[in-house]
Design a protein around this ligand. Structure first.
Ligand SMILES: [Zn+2]
Length: 710
């Protein structure tokens, strides 16, 4: 639609307009006439980049500045408004795959405030229109996900739709049904409601987002830029079964339509509380009623600091007039309701220069290019490097050294290159050259036909050996305290350890040779290595670091086998027949056990007395399922799990009807507790837990502590 030349022109024009905003705002009619035209031109272009091509070239913040400037000019000179102005419509994402449906009430977006002053302006307008001296506001986090509207009729979920253009959305009911936080049935009839439309957002947690991108990279797919894109892409997948696999959640935060009208809750706060009580996930616990705008401002500030620690991406706070009775007098603009505003946090995007690229070797040999940046502040954090993922990613975005990059850093998620700002090029930028040899061991890199990554396949490659040691000692694997990055590196460099098997032949006298290791530290590391011999088989399998084999897969394998040697004999077909194990995983396991070097390591482990067999599930705790919440005094959760399993019990991460006990430690999570309560599962304290296991095992040997707790 746009030629490369045209694009360059428009990007240049965008930069100029952004710089000129203060001047544009005060322009007279004749200049306004000119500017309105230019602004519309660039906004249309950026709409196209964002909605059609999915590759924006400016930040959301910059886009918003352009849009607001245009809107303000049109407000100042209403005769300049044309029906095709971008301000006269809300952008649509409709693709034609799903049926379209009309929303009961139009889904308008909220006006944005970027400063405290803009919040005060908003408050002033509300007070003027309502005649109130002080307004009560309801303030809640603004979730950054994909907008949805749900309709319940006679307590049953009958429809779920995307936002679409605000008037009509796409019917994605089948997909939304797979999201567990959306109740398929909710007792609205208790509140006298026959039909209700509610607004919400589909979300992906930051943690899930990270995992999803790791998987995509493994599969050779381009990673998502942020959790919002990932959520939006997920709800519109064509196969609901695929949607179910993505761990989506949904939060609802607005009642937009009710039949009969008289059943409408009188305040926003009560409406959300009702949804909360009916089992929806809502902002309720994080929602606050504020008296007057100053209280609103301080609550927004509080959240701006808290947002990083929140499991979901939040890009601001939503401020709503609490009492519905004022909504009529406040009314709407063509775009926004006047009774609500979104306070946006500092933008999480910035532009900076790529000054170089280094190549890192991962645990399974994958070579990842990492861009070194001129340090830049994004959302209060200094960012100085960014993953460039793989050669295809670099090619697709045409990233060159010396380029100006638009970087986004969403939450705790790693920084991401959104786009290269090509108009900033001076002609001195250099293409990124991928090395032919491993930066760690020098051996030639290979790229398998089905893969996107270059890989070092030298099993003795130092970078990989060190990462394998660290992985083996990690908490979820063998949990060897003291075997961190520095120690693993030193062990390798001092020629003490070449693979994980060697760890078990180390003596305290070897370990004192490590830099900074006094006798006590050496002995502690020695003991935790020795202690790790007792770990369960699944942890051993996971610890070996077989490509694609995570803890879940390791557990699946252990259900099928009795000893690790069974994995050497098991056929590819048998592996694939296991639930959740596909061809890629199965092949990778077979490959691992075909390599002589790997078998040697396992033999070493066996000779040293590391447990390589499945524990007998017979034991005093047989048939009992333990779930833990909060932290324990006696030991780590991994250790507690180990104890339970060694006594024949089952350790589980989530409360189900099969759970025997929920062990409640310090600062327990609300979800597990309320679920246990709902299902009538017995909750016990740490003391009671220790009492149960203390009957069967010597507690001191487990916790290393004298006279634990009782
Ligand atoms: Zn190498």
């Amino acid at each position: 639609m746009y030629s490369a030349e045209k694009e360059r022109e428009l990007i240049e024009l965008t930069r100029r307009l952004l710089k000129d905003i203060p001047r544009i705002k005060t322009s007279d009619y004749n200049s306004a006439l000119k500017y309105v035209d230019l602004l519309r031109k660039v906004i249309r272009y950026h709409d196209y980049k964002y909605y059609i091509q999915n590759s924006p070239v400016i930040s959301d913040y910059e886009y918003d500045q352009l849009f607001r400037t245009l809107r303000d000019l049109e407000k100042k000179y209403p005769s300049l408004i044309t029906p095709d102005s971008p301000t006269q419509r809300v952008a649509s994402e409709i693709t034609g795959f799903f049926a379209t449906v009309n929303h009961y009430a139009p889904m308008l977006s909220l006006d944005n405030a970027y400063t405290q002053e803009e919040l005060r302006d908003f408050d002033r307008r509300v007070r003027e229109l309502t005649g109130l001296n002080r307004v009560q506001y309801s303030v809640e986090p603004k979730y950054d996900g994909a907008g949805i509207a749900l309709v319940y009729k006679k307590d049953i979920l009958i429809r779920g739709a995307t936002r679409g253009d605000g008037e009509t959305g796409e019917d994605i009911t089948a997909n939304l049904r797979t999201i567990r936080t959306i109740p398929l049935r909710a007792e609205f009839s208790r509140y006298g409601i026959d039909l209700i439309e509610i607004r919400g957002e589909v979300l992906i947690s930051k943690e899930e987002f990270k995992k999803m991108n790791e998987d995509r990279l493994e599969e050779g797919l381009p990673p998502f830029a942020n959790p919002r894109n990932a959520a939006a892409g997920s709800v519109r997948l064509q196969n609901p079964a695929e949607v179910a696999k993505r761990k989506l959640s949904a939060v609802v935060y607005q009642v937009s339509y009710v039949e009969p009208q008289s059943a409408y809750p009188p305040t926003h706060y009560e409406a959300i509380k009702m949804l909360h009580l009916l089992g929806f996930s809502t902002p309720f616990p994080d929602m606050k009623l504020c008296e007057g705008i100053e209280e609103v401002i301080s609550y927004c500030k509080e959240w701006e600091e808290k947002r990083e620690r929140y499991p979901y991406e939040i890009d601001g706070m939503v401020v709503k007039v609490n009492r519905r009775e004022y909504y009529t007098v406040l009314g709407f603009t063509s775009h926004h309701p006047r009774w609500a505003i979104a306070f946006k946090f500092k933008p999480k995007q910035a532009t900076t220069k790529l000054i170089g690229v280094v190549f890192q070797v991962g645990r399974v040999g994958t070579v990842t290019p990492v861009g070194k940046l001129e340090p830049v502040q994004i959302g209060g954090v200094t960012v100085s490097s960014v993953s460039l993922f793989n050669e295809d990613f670099i090619k697709e975005k045409d990233i060159r050294i010396g380029d100006t990059l638009l970087i986004e850093r969403a939450g705790e998620v790693i920084p991401y290159v959104v786009e290269v700002v090509k108009e900033a090029r001076k002609g001195e930028e250099k293409p990124i050259k991928f090395p032919e040899n491993c930066p760690s061991c020098g051996s030639q890199l290979v790229k398998l036909p089905t893969e996107v990554a270059w890989r070092c396949i030298n099993i003795a490659c130092p970078a990989q050996v060190i990462l394998r040691l660290i992985h083996w000692g990690s908490r979820e694997a063998m949990d060897i305290r003291g075997l961190g990055e520095a120690t693993a590196k030193a062990l390798y460099e001092k020629d003490l350890v070449k693979d994980v098997g060697d760890l078990y032949y180390l003596k305290p006298t070897d370990l004192v040779k490590l830099p900074g290791f006094a006798e006590k530290a050496a002995f502690n590391l020695y003991s935790s290595i020795q202690e790790s011999k007792k770990r369960s088989l699944e942890r051993v399998i996971y610890g070996l670091g077989i490509r694609y084999v995570g803890l879940t897969t390791a557990k699946k394998l252990v259900e099928k086998i009795k000893s690790i040697w069974d994995l050497e004999k098991i056929s590819l077909e048998e592996l694939i027949s296991l639930e959740g194990i596909g061809i890629t995983v199965a092949k990778s396991i077979k490959e691992f056990f075909l390599r002589k070097e790997n078998l040697e390591v396992i033999k070493k482990l066996e000779k040293a007395g590391v447990n390589l067999k499945k524990e007998k599930k017979e034991g005093p705790l047989k048939g009992m399922v333990f779930v833990f919440t909060g932290s324990l005094n006696c030991c780590s959760r991994e250790q507690a799990a180990g104890i339970v399993e060694s006594l024949g019990g089952i350790f589980s991460n989530s409360v189900t009807s099969k759970t025997t006990y929920l062990v409640v430690g310090k600062d327990p999570g609300r979800t597990k507790l309320s679920k246990a309560k709902r299902l009538g599962i017995k909750t016990i304290s740490e003391e009671e837990f220790l009492e149960i296991i203390g009957k069967h095992t010597d507690l001191k040997s487990i916790t290393g502590k004298e006279g634990v707790l009782f």
